[in-house]
Ligand binder design. Structure first.
Ligand SMILES: Nc1ncnc2c1ncn2[C@@H]1O[C@H](COP(=O)(O)OP(=O)(O)OP(=O)(O)O)[C@@H](O)[C@H]1O
Ligand SMILES: [Mg+2]
Length: 571
């Protein structure tokens, strides 16, 4: 409960550089009168500016400063909440904003905006909209509750019941829901991506493995084939060497036979020469009797002797020659054999040389195949790195899945919280509890004004009003005076509910020409009657031009006037 005590102001609107002060608690009811422009409604701006930092009328803050003095606008508002005494001091030119609690300035190093938030939510616990519904009602800005749209009705009732915290929680929750949804989406996206990548890696590794194994096997086969060929060639070379050895052994008399052949040829030539000479001699002796040198006759015996001797020699030589020729024939046939073997040997040698070349070439091929196989083995390294990366991806996927699990659980919790915090949730539960109380109070106040209708507000804040004849009426069906009674009944109901909830409850009620137009003489009487009975702990201020009729019904009177262009309270 806020107990408003004083408001004072200067250089505000038409007020000059002297304090104008209103004591709120001096009197139960006060009538405020004065001509148009005298400065009555200025009270509303003073209170609003003091509490909320904004004027009551729809002008901006600089427009509040008195246009003659142009500076030093200042407002002081004093009130008590519980045992604590507060003073708010607020001004323009220079700009001032101070809150004093029991005489001490409350820490002011925050921004003005935060300081104002602190004042509204921690000290006053009421907001501007509700304030205009239940504390200060101005003819220009006051819209009766019944003429407000459902969303505004809800806002005011939530404020009165002090359950706006659930709306705040709900809007915080909405942020959380959005974050949760976005995170879930991102995690899902990550999971999908990781799963696809894992598939790709698996396939890649598999194909690497398959290719490698196949090619290596092929190469090994090729290598084995080459080795076979080398072995075959080597075997062949071995047998060629054996053959050559055997053949060489079979002609190891080659030199001897050759020498013999040459010797025989020489011998044959020598025998031929000897034979020629002996034949010549023989021929001479057979044909001549004289010595060709000494021209003496040759003795006949001697001659016969020589012929005989020579003939024997010829036959001896010829028989020798025959032997030589015979041997030469056998030697020549051996030489022919040897030459045949020699040519066989060189054929074999050529074959062996060819085979050796082939072996060298095969060895070269084998080493190049081995190099290729080694290269393919390094592919295995690639497989290893890919396998490593695959493992990392799998870990990531597992972490993402865990995250998703967590987020999904959180989502379920948030969904439950959403249901609870929705308008139809906890708030409706609380509102439902209060609706019968509200209806009871409204009908009580209506009855007190001798207005007998059955008023009912449902949990969506829609009204049904049944008149005496049990017809369904809506608010708009009623006359201005009847509407006023409903409006007043609601006004007092809100104030009573505030008191029940200990929220937004105050002693102050200011009405600025609010019901002036709808008050006939009868209505005015009733208005005052009801106000008299219902405002026991209220300090009521009525600004009205109907001063003449109302004058004697109030405990006090304040009269505003303009003096030399400045407004003041007349003595
Ligand atoms: N910045 C300003 N400086 C000086 N005077 C101002 C300034 N702004 C408004 N005014 C004047 O101050 C007066 C404000 O008076 P206020 O609204 O309090 O009158 P009122 O007594 O409520 O009159 P009404 O009965 O017509 O509602 C008006 O005459 C208005 O023209
Ligand atoms: Mg006015």
């Amino acid at each position: 409960m806020i107990l408003f005590q004083y408001v004072r102001w200067k250089n505000l609107l038409s007020t000059g550089d002297v304090w104008t002060e209103i004591n709120f608690i001096k009197s139960k009811s006060t009538l405020i009168v004065g001509e148009n422009g005298a400065g009555k409604s200025t009270i509303l701006d003073a209170v609003c500016f003091g509490l909320f930092g904004k004027p009551f009328r729809k002008i901006n803050k600089p427009q509040l400063v008195n246009s003659i003095n142009r500076k030093g606008m200042l407002i002081e508002l004093e009130f008590k909440i519980g045992n604590r005494q507060y003073l708010i001091r607020r001004g323009q030119k220079p700009s001032v904003f101070e809150i004093l609690q029991d005489g001490n300035v409350i820490n002011q190093n925050s921004e003005a905006r935060e300081y104002q938030d602190y004042l509204e939510s921690n000290i006053l616990k009421l907001n501007f909209k509700s304030f205009q519904q239940i504390v200060i009602l101005g003819s220009a800005s006051f819209t009766p509750f019944m003429q407000l749209p459902a969303s505004h009705r809800r806002e005011i009732i939530e404020d009165l019941l002090d359950i706006q915290i659930f709306s705040t929680m709900n809007s915080l929750l909405k942020d959380k829901v959005t974050i949760n949804r976005t995170s879930l989406y991102e995690v899902d996206y990550g999971i999908k991506g990781a799963a696809e990548k894992i598939e790709l890696y698996k396939k890649h590794i598999e194909s690497l493995k398959q290719n490698n194994d196949e090619i290596v096997a092929q190469k090994e086969l090729q290598k084995a084939g080459f080795n076979d060929q080398i072995n075959q060639a080597n075997t062949r070379i071995g047998s060629i060497q054996n053959e050559i050895e055997q053949l060489s052994n079979s002609i190891n008399d080659h030199e001897k036979v050759q020498t013999r052949s040459e010797k025989l040829a020489t011998l044959s030539r020598q025998l031929e020469g000897k034979l020629d000479k002996i034949k010549k001699d023989l021929d001479f002796f057979q044909r001549s009797d004289d010595c060709p040198t000494c021209r003496q006759g040759i003795a006949h015996e001697h001659k016969i002797g020589i012929v005989e001797k020579n003939t024997t020699q010829v036959s001896e030589i010829e028989s020798g020659k025959e032997k030589v020729i015979f041997e030469m024939e056998s030697i020549n046939s051996r030489l022919a054999e040897i030459s045949n073997v020699t040519s066989q040997i060189s054929t074999l040698n050529r074959e062996a040389t060819d085979l050796n070349i082939q072996v060298r070439m095969l060895n070269t091929s084998i080493s190049s195949i081995e190099k290729e196989i080694n290269g393919l083995m390094t592919n295995n390294k690639q497989i290893d790195t890919n396998t490593e990366e695959l493992k990392v991806l799998k870990d990531q996927l597992r972490a993402s899945l865990e995250m998703k699990q967590q987020l999904t659980e959180e989502k379920a919790v948030l969904e439950v919280a959403s249901v609870l915090l929705k308008d139809s949730g906890v708030k409706t539960k609380i509102i439902k509890q209060y609706i019968p109380v509200i209806n009871k109070l409204v009908n009580k106040y209506l009855a007190a004004m001798d207005f007998f209708v059955a008023f009912e507000l449902n949990e969506n804040f829609e009204e049904t009003i049944k008149s005496r004849h049990r017809d369904d009426f809506s608010y708009e069906s009623f006359s201005e005076g009847e509407k006023m009674r409903i409006d007043l009944a609601l006004l007092f109901t809100w104030r009573a509910v505030s008191k029940l909830r200990n929220s937004a409850s105050t002693n102050l009620l200011i009405m600025d020409e609010v019901f002036d137009s709808s008050l006939d003489n009868n209505g005015t009487e009733e208005f005052l009657k009801i106000i008299g009975t219902l405002t026991t702990d209220t300090n009521l201020f009525i600004i009205s031009h109907k001063g003449d009729t109302l004058f004697d019904k109030f405990h006090s009177l304040i009269k505003f006037e303009k003096h030399k262009n400045f407004s003041r309270i007349s003595k």
